[in-house]
Design a protein around this ligand. Structure first.
Ligand code: PLP
Length: 441
């Protein structure tokens, strides 16, 4: 009997014992291809010797020093590295322990920026339906995942949501990408005008929507329009790259492919590749200057910010990715995965959409391909696919739920950047069997 409060209390989970490369092993001797890196975390795979060596060395040197007394070497080196490759205008990094903490810190940075610059009336956060920004209360309020929010709604700060840019579900028949991008972005401008621009603090969005929708990129031009609207009304653009960032889509930052730079960017998962819990906010010079020239303080903090072990792990992960040119493999293997998914599921009666970028792909499951009608929510089809896949030694990340009346089941495929073509083929083969079995049942 477990003494851990697991999320799914009655689920009987295998016990993970080891991991090597793209494989995980349990205590019953079963082996799994980790085709989702957990939840798009394990970008380098498991047991990478360079990362474990860096961790050992850091543990021997310094495990912890509180940031009210010291800065530390791995945190400074990691910040240097991240800023050297950051989008235009980004000048500083703030290190926390994961994605939700990064979102909380970003929201507070946005708010403090307006207080410091004499615009204290700006307090409204706008985000998108079908988004996930984390489970702490501010992050949960920001995200649009109703299933996770419902029972906690009385505790959540007021936020405002617009429709996402989600072509498979919301682009109208015959509507060009250009017109759809304009229509989807217009929803932000309409909301800003409705609330009053002088009250709006931040717009928060995932460049490629992960957990809630299953690797959904926007159509061309959408984010350029979003950036222009934020500039027009003086709103801080927060891009949440916790899941889609740090190389997962083939470029270091997913938003580079949309041709925009944010004011604040949150990163986590692939930053430390699962070797340590770490997340970060990357902030622009403009926001840093407001703090530095104003109160001289960022009114926030946690015990484990800039944790030396976490920063050392992330530094090692990022050095290996750059040294081994793994983003080139993300592009090549991403194209191979996309092709193989298309071959296997292009005509599948229960696969409505295959989408994504790089090694961040989603497969949407539908009852009826021609009408896009989803499966009954009660069937929890995504969970069935996960079970069937695990029984075949494959880990894929399931998602589903009803959001504004639109139910969806999807699986997310986000393997380590080191995956090879033969393993991609096995992933698609096993996933095909799992989807066939789950949809036949
Ligand atoms: N933002 C996005 C886009 C995420 O996908 C997640 C987690 O899945 C979070 C934030 C929250 O991150 P964490 O679970 O590390 O708190």
């Amino acid at each position: 009997m477990t003494r851990i409060l697991h999320r799914q209390i009655h689920a009987k989970l295998p016990t993970a014992r080891g991991g090597q490369g793209v494989h995980l092993f349990d205590t019953d001797g079963r082996s799994y291809i980790d085709a989702s890196g957990g939840a798009a975390v394990s970008c380098l795979g498991h047991g990478h010797p360079d990362v474990t060596a860096a961790l050992h060395a850091q543990a021997d040197r310094l495990a912890y020093a509180h940031t009210s007394f010291f800065t530390n070497e791995p945190a400074e080196a990691l910040a240097e590295r991240l800023i050297a490759s950051a989008p235009e205008g980004i000048s500083h990094a703030y290190f926390v322990s994961g994605g939700s903490e990064a979102i909380e810190a970003a929201l507070k940075m946005a708010r403090q920026y307006f207080v410091e610059t004499g615009q204290a009336g700006r307090r409204n956060i706008i985000a998108r339906r079908q988004s996930y920004h984390g489970n702490t209360l501010g992050a949960l309020a920001t995200g649009g995942n109703e299933m996770r929010r419902t029972q906690f709604r009385p505790l959540l700060i007021e936020t405002h949501h617009i429709d996402p840019c989600f072509a498979y579900r919301f682009q109208e028949a015959g509507e060009t990408d250009e017109r759809y991008a304009a229509r989807a972005a217009q929803a932000l401008e309409d909301k800003v005008r409705e609330l009053g621009p002088e009250t709006v603090m931040a717009f928060v969005a995932e460049p490629v929507v992960g957990a809630t929708a299953g690797a959904v990129p926007s159509v061309a031009d959408y984010f350029q329009r979003i950036r222009a609207i934020c500039d027009r009304y003086g709103i801080i653009l927060v891009l949440d790259e916790v899941m889609c960032g740090m190389g997962r889509t083939g470029t270091l930052h997913a938003s580079a492919q949309d041709g925009i730079a944010p004011d604040l960017m949150t990163i986590a998962k692939g930053l430390g590749g699962g070797y340590q819990p770490i997340g970060a906010v990357l902030l622009s010079q403009r926001i840093f200057d407001a703090f530095a020239n104003g109160s001289g303080l960022f009114q926030h903090g946690h015990t484990y910010i800039c944790h030396p072990m976490a920063c050392a792990a992330a530094l090692a992960v990022q050095e290996v990715i750059a040294r081994d040119n793994l983003l080139a493999n993300v592009k090549t293997m991403g194209a191979h995965l996309s092709r193989r998914l298309g071959e296997r599921f292009g005509n599948h009666p229960h696969v409505g959409d295959i989408r994504g970028r790089g090694l961040f792909m989603g497969v949407e499951l539908v009852e009826d391909r021609s009408t896009k009608a989803p499966f009954e929510a009660e069937l929890k089809l995504h969970a069935r696919v996960k079970r069937e896949a695990m029984a075949r030694g494959l880990l894929v990340y399931p998602g589903g739920g009803t959001i504004d009346g639109v139910h969806g089941d999807h699986v997310l495929i986000a393997p380590p950047f080191i995956i090879d073509a033969a393993t991609v083929d096995t992933v698609v083969e096993r996933l095909g069997e799992a989807i066939d079995a789950a949809t036949a049942a």
